[in-house]
Design a protein around this ligand. Structure first.
Ligand code: 173
Length: 498
């Protein structure tokens, strides 16, 4: 047996000419990889000769390093007792944050999904909060996603004996206790060390479906392994320029029992998320920001790790997907009826009407608004009625209340995706937070189903909502905060000083 490497030996390789790092107790020679690292070389060099696990973990799947480095660069395990812990200086700011973590209210005081966001904002590391909360450009669509629900009002029915209400339903033929699913969001470990597993466990307990993201912090297999027997999971796919990689991912997902493939179609290039960009995940100096790979490294973690996504993806690729998998195919990120119709005509299983949580095209309309035109046009052009088992419509973005979900169901959605609220729940309270969030939604469903007079999901019908103003963007366009804060108010005439 070769003797274990020591921390002292590793520490000698702390330069661009010879750069070794330790991740999860193993030593890697990354010298030749430095300029290929999508996140830039600077961030690696910061850990040259040291243990980089803490920095690496939240933003890489655990196997990223083993799959990207040739075998001979894996130098073997290090004797952990000889590794000097990288001293993380606890700044005053960090101390203050830890105090705020201690000051979190008990879950019993968290009354709604907004509360999780309010707490997360105060207790999350600043970078993580910036990444989760950020959205495209002026964040108009991000806020419109929620505001759009304010343009839909209820027309409840009364005297219907609502002693018991049941809001369970089926998504792509699979049962769920509520007409929602946990949608895919990247980089779960930025918010909590257990990352996406918090969602898997809570989804199991509540009988709801989790969509596993391509860019999860936890390994795909880890997330599937954490599921209970029979627990249904979907997979969100970013399509790689290298279709062999995509094929491997898709077929592996299918072999592991994934029940639906949600292909993201709204992100040929990642939107500008300026809150994220201002945080600069990398410590690159300004002149080092354009790497050899042409990846602009000034633009936050998301941009850096998304350079593999294929902007060349097109309708023509869909037949290929059908040829490599039997999983139902759903397009995630459809934004007008024309594309929904195309998806239907091409025999897909459904579409998610989504603008990616407002993180892509600013001034994209909300999913709920698009839902209204999609049901109208697909009825007119193909005689479809919704909800429809053969072609299912989903929406996501801006959902904070069961009333939001009920509005979408009334308008023909099969189910609604919820993303950020669950991230905020586990970032502030771990698994228990997600459990509590799902309890809140459950209670809200019970009450609101009673109040609108629907005993089951089938009884939530279009007549129960007035969405006639949904396309009216005059009513509640959110303020343009960046612009407003720069605008200097005009002044009225004043009296002279005496
Ligand atoms: O919205 C996102 O942040 C997202 O989808 C993404 C894409 C690539 C890398 C990281 C996150």
């Amino acid at each position: 047996m070769t003797p274990l490497l020591t921390g002292q030996e590793v520490a000698k390789h702390n330069t661009r000419e010879s750069c070794w790092i330790i991740i999860h107790g193993d030593v890697y020679d990354v010298t030749e990889f430095l300029d290929d690292h999508p996140g830039g070389s600077k961030i690696i060099l910061k850990y040259a000769g040291k243990d980089a696990t803490a920095e690496y973990e939240p933003i890489h799947p655990p196997d990223a390093i083993t799959t990207n480095l040739p075998n001979e660069k894996h130098l073997g395990p290090v004797d952990q007792s000889t590794v000097r812990k990288v001293k993380v200086e606890v700044t005053g700011e960090e101390k203050a944050r830890l105090k705020r973590v201690e000051a979190r209210p008990p879950l019993s005081e968290i009354l709604n999904l907004h509360d999780f966001e309010a707490i997360a904002r105060q207790v999350m590391p600043e970078k993580a909060w910036a990444y989760y909360s950020s959205a495209a450009d002026d964040e108009i669509t991000n806020r419109e996603n929620h505001a759009a629900y304010h343009r839909i009002w209820f027309r409840p029915r009364v005297l219907r004996d609502v002693t018991t209400v049941d809001f369970s339903t089926y998504i792509l033929g699979h049962p769920t206790t509520m007409p929602i699913y946990i949608t895919a969001t990247a980089l779960g470990k930025l918010g909590h060390p257990d990352g996406e597993l918090n969602l898997t466990k809570a989804a199991a307990k509540h009988g709801v479906i989790q969509m596993i993201p391509t860019l999860a912090s936890c390994a795909f297999d880890e997330i599937v392994d954490a599921s209970r027997p029979g627990q249904v999971q979907f997979y969100q796919l970013y399509v790689n320029k290298d279709r062999n990689i995509t094929k491997r991912l898709v077929q592996h997902a299918e072999a592991r029992g994934i029940k639906g493939l949600f292909i993201t179609v709204d992100a040929p290039q990642l939107g500008r998320r300026e809150k994220d960009m201002r945080m600069k995940f990398t410590d690159d100096e300004p002149d080092a920001q354009k790497g050899d790979a042409g990846v602009d490294r000034s633009q936050g973690a998301a941009r850096a790790i998304s350079s593999f996504i294929d902007p060349g993806l097109s309708w023509k690729d869909l037949d290929w997907f059908k040829s490599i998998t039997k999983m139902p195919l759903i397009l995630k990120g459809v934004q007008c009826w024309e594309d929904a119709l195309e998806a239907y005509d091409r025999g897909l299983a459904g579409v998610v009407l989504s603008n990616h949580g407002g993180r892509q095209l600013d001034f994209a309309r909300s999913g709920i608004e698009v839902l209204v035109e999609v049901t109208r046009e697909l009825k007119a052009k193909r005689g479809l009625s919704f909800p429809n088992e053969q072609f299912q419509l989903f929406v996501d973005g801006g959902v904070r209340r069961a009333t939001d979900v009920i509005k979408a169901i009334a308008l023909g959605a099969t189910a609604v995706g919820i993303g950020r609220p669950f991230l905020y729940a586990f970032s502030s309270y771990g698994y228990e937070g997600v459990d509590h969030a799902l309890n809140i939604l459950h209670d809200e469903f019970t009450m609101n189903m009673r109040l609108i007079g629907a005993r089951n999901v089938k009884e939530i019908v279009p007549e129960m909502v007035d969405a006639s103003n949904i396309g009216c963007h005059i009513a509640s366009v959110p303020g343009d905060e960046l612009y407003n804060s720069n605008y200097v108010d005009m002044q009225n005439a004043r009296l002279r000083e005496t």
